[in-house]
Design a protein around this ligand. Structure first.
Ligand SMILES: Nc1ncnc2c1ncn2[C@@H]1O[C@H](COP(=O)(O)OP(=O)(O)OP(=O)(O)O)[C@@H](O)[C@H]1O
Ligand SMILES: [Mg+2]
Length: 502
């Protein structure tokens, strides 16, 4: 049995696996269809078999109800997928994709190996989303060495191929489903993320949906038929919209044609619309506005850093969009140069980091920062920050809590992540702003019930490890008793044991 170390980019649209070869070469491993990209699409062929990749993507058009795509967007949520009387959580579906990547690797290297993996996640992923990725990869047979933020991995790759000068870099990563904007400081020996923002609600697919919805409206106006109510027709529109969006990188206008899109009592109808770059820009203005808002907030928060010289590095297939270069030039007042391989930079960076961790490549130190405030609910029901956003992790910090009432038996601590990035020192009610916070759990620790108010000393230790994953320990300092609160997820869907991944 051998041992390998790989990099994995689990993407909203495409997933990739790469391995470091000697002499600084990184190879993305081809899937069985001969492509480097494995579409992150899962098709339930029947109750016992799922197909992952190109084949699943092809079937999605005609059997959307048996096909799942974009699952990365729902990781960490309580969404459930119901197929053939079975229920699946997003991490179960992610497991199928990792399992297929494992097969791709096994076919390349043999199946009897230990495969250590560096797996990338969007910088903006919170604890629950990271845990979902970790468990899905582990369940599929990878030994996860480290979860690395996608912009950090991409930076390591660009640094490796371009030999980047010392300085600050602006990394703009627009993938299929996520946006990450990071500022990275680099010199010969280290790279450090200074600040990072983003969203798991903005990506290339939103442009496709926007264009498809525009086409639906055109068709409705022309024929009084709503194609959105026809799953197959709508799926075709999404697919052709994506194709048109990509073609607009080369062409000023493009015809979108879908023969036999629907049937009326007077015969079949074909779909045909011409779309120009100008029209596309206008149709997608709401998405661009959302990106602009995030960008402006980032510029505001990082005014000082951005004054210094910086270059722009583009990551993710979405950054190829024909209007992105101008959009960024205007907002950053910097010439944005097109980078090589925006879709492969993340996985190749992950493979380089994997090689560094296994001693095959000289190590460059890298430091990542937290992208959310971590805190607890105080006695008034407000959010109290314990670890701020943009702190370098791994990080450990603690706080001592006490009892506010005499003779209580336990102290309850409610731990939350702040998704709306609450301003420090501002009291925000958790109950009144439910969308701002994600609850990571409520922990209770028994205390001596004879204590008067204020006499308990309960130290809560918050730890964010090198994966960005949180764990919590409580210590009753009066009695020297400790308790660990593990926030780990597990996958225990029995259906996974009976389904083959093809
Ligand atoms: N030439 C192009 N013009 C516009 N968009 C493009 C082009 N080429 C690819 N894309 C878009 O890039 C996206 C896929 O990029 P990528 O493979 O980097 O995403 P991903 O890694 O799967 O997603 P994420 O990183 O958000 O999880 C798709 O939305 C695709 O339509
Ligand atoms: Mg990506």
């Amino acid at each position: 049995m051998g041992s390998y170390t790989v990099g994995i980019d689990f993407g909203t649209t495409n997933s990739l696996i790469a391995i470091y070869r000697d002499k600084e070469q990184v190879e993305v491993i081809n899937t069985d269809s001969g492509d480097k990209f494995l579409p992150s699409v899962v098709y339930f062929k029947n109750e016992k078999e799922v197909i992952v990749g190109n084949n699943a993507k092809a079937v999605e058009v005609i059997e959307p109800e048996f096909t799942i795509s974009n699952v990365k967007r729902f990781l960490g949520s309580d969404k459930t997928y119901k197929i053939y009387d079975m229920e699946f959580l997003p991490e179960d579906i992610a497991y199928f994709i990792f399992k297929k990547l494992k097969t791709v690797f096994d076919e390349f290297a043999g199946s009897n190996n230990k495969v250590n993996a560096v797996v990338t996640v969007p910088a903006y992923f919170d604890h629950l989303q990271r845990e979902s990725v970790r468990v899905a990869a582990e369940k599929a047979g990878f030994n996860v060495l480290l979860l690395v933020n996608e912009p950090t991995a991409a930076f390591i790759y660009y640094d490796n191929i371009y030999n980047l000068d010392k300085g600050n870099y602006f990394v703009f990563d627009l993938g299929g489903g996520t946006l990450d904007i990071s500022l990275v400081e680099s010199d010969e020996h280290f790279c450090k993320v200074l600040s990072s923002v983003g969203s798991t609600d903005i990506g290339g697919i939103d442009f496709d949906i926007c264009l498809a919805d525009y086409f639906v409206k055109q068709f409705l106006d022309k024929y009084d038929i709503n194609l959105k109510e026809d799953k197959v027709a709508y799926q075709q529109l999404i697919l052709q919209s994506e194709r048109a969006k990509k073609e607009l990188s080369n062409l000023k206008e493009i015809n979108v044609v879908i023969p036999y899109i629907t049937q009326t009592k007077n015969g079949v109808l074909h779909f045909k619309e011409l779309i120009t770059r100008e029209q596309f820009k206008s149709i997608s203005k709401n998405i661009l506005k959302k990106i602009e808002q995030i960008l402006n907030k980032f510029k505001e928060e990082n005014e000082e850093y951005l004054k210094e010289v910086y270059n722009v590095l583009l990551v993710g297939g979405g950054s190829r969009l024909f209007l992105m270069e101008d959009f960024l030039n205007n907002h950053l007042k910097k010439a944005v140069r097109k980078n090589l391989n925006p879709e492969e930079a993340v996985v190749k960076g992950a493979a380089l980091i994997a090689a560094m961790l296994s001693g095959k490549l000289e190590k460059k130190e890298f430091y990542d920062v937290t992208t959310h405030n971590l805190g607890v609910e105080d006695d008034e029901g407000n959010f109290e920050i314990i670890i701020k956003k943009n702190e370098i992790y791994p990080i450990k910090t603690s706080k001592v809590f006490t009892n506010s009432i005499d003779n209580i038996e336990e102290i309850v601590v409610h731990v939350l992540q702040d998704m709306a990035i609450t301003t420090l020192n501002e009291s925000i009610s958790i109950k009144d702003n439910p969308d701002n916070f994600v609850s990571l759990g409520q922990f209770s620790m028994e205390i001596d019930k004879n204590l008067k108010a204020g006499d308990a000393n309960l130290e809560i230790i918050f730890n964010i490890d090198s994966n960005g994953i949180i764990s919590i320990k409580a210590k009753d300092l009066n009695r020297n008793i400790e308790k660990d609160f593990i926030l780990k997820k597990t996958i225990n869907n029995p259906n996974l044991e009976t389904i083959d991944v093809l």
